[in-house]
Design a binder for this molecule. Structure first.
Ligand SMILES: C[S@@+](CC[C@H](N)C(=O)[O-])C[C@H]1O[C@@H](n2cnc3c(N)ncnc32)[C@H](O)[C@@H]1O
Length: 227
């Protein structure tokens, strides 16, 4: 209502056009126009679908990890996000692994930075030592090629404690096609996940974490349900 008590015009057409988008079109829109430039956590770029970030918040609240291992931090917006969540819980550290710190900007007392490739023995030794005896959540957002994701799954999944998760990011690239705005030329995270799951019955896909439909991590929320 305006001051004269009449209804303001609704500008319905623009929203009708927006709501006619398919979920696929929204994902491409988010990928092309939003994720690399417009998504920030506390001012730092975070390459996340915000609906996934909300799910991470739920998982962190439920699991109450003492260690969050983040493979791939880039600018560090996601690292800061996880560290801030741990601050709210009042416990825990984020182990940030990245091969390249040139863009990294996160400064937070809960973050331990390990600079190097996630498969390097020295990095793995350090992570294993930091995780020993702790409740651990792992997020793989590093190299998205199938072979490297599989290597990270094999090396880091044993660190995940029962009831916690190994989150494989960006499997969505395997559901699109090369050249369509989201697809890769070669196989990626989803292909690695399927191969890993076939040989590791101790992990199961938690589909409830895809309830918002729009996720970058299809079949990527892997819950540790057994040895
Ligand atoms: C997709 S970005 C990470 C984005 C970040 N997690 C976020 O949400 O904003 C991928 C990062 O992984 C790093 N990376 C690539 N291969 C890696 C490897 N083998 N080990 C560790 N880090 C790697 C890259 O340097 C890059 O910073």
């Amino acid at each position: 209502m305006n001051e004269r008590g009449t209804k303001a015009p609704l500008r319905r057409e623009a929203y009708d056009r927006r709501y006619a988008m398919t979920l696929r079109e929204w994902l491409l829109h988010h990928q092309e126009k939003i994720v690399f430039t417009e998504v920030k956590w506390m001012g730092l770029p975070a390459w996340k679908n915000p609906l996934d970030a909300w799910i991470y918040q739920e998982i962190v609240h439920e699991v109450r990890p003492e260690v969050i291992v983040e493979i791939g931090s880039r600018y560090g917006g996601s690292t800061r996000f996880f560290a801030d969540l741990l601050d709210i819980l009042g416990r825990g550290i984020v182990v940030s692994i990245d091969i390249d710190r040139s863009l990294y900007q996160c400064r937070h007392e809960r973050v331990v930075e390990l600079t190097g490739g996630s498969s390097e023995p020295a990095v793995l030794d350090e992570v294993r030592s930091l995780c020993r005896g702790k409740t651990v959540l792992v997020i793989q957002d590093g190299d998205h090629r199938k072979e490297q994701v599989l290597r990270d799954l094999v090396n880091y999944a044993p660190l995940v404690t029962p009831g916690s998760y190994f989150i494989v990011e960006d499997g969505i690239v395997d559901l699109f096609h090369h050249g369509d705005g989201l697809g890769f030329e070669e196989e990626g995270p989803l292909a690695a996940t399927e191969e890993f799951l076939a040989g590791n019955p101790g992990f199961a896909v938690d589909e409830t974490r895809e309830r918002y439909l729009l996720t970058y991590n299809p079949r990527g929320f892997l819950k540790r349900i057994g040895p």
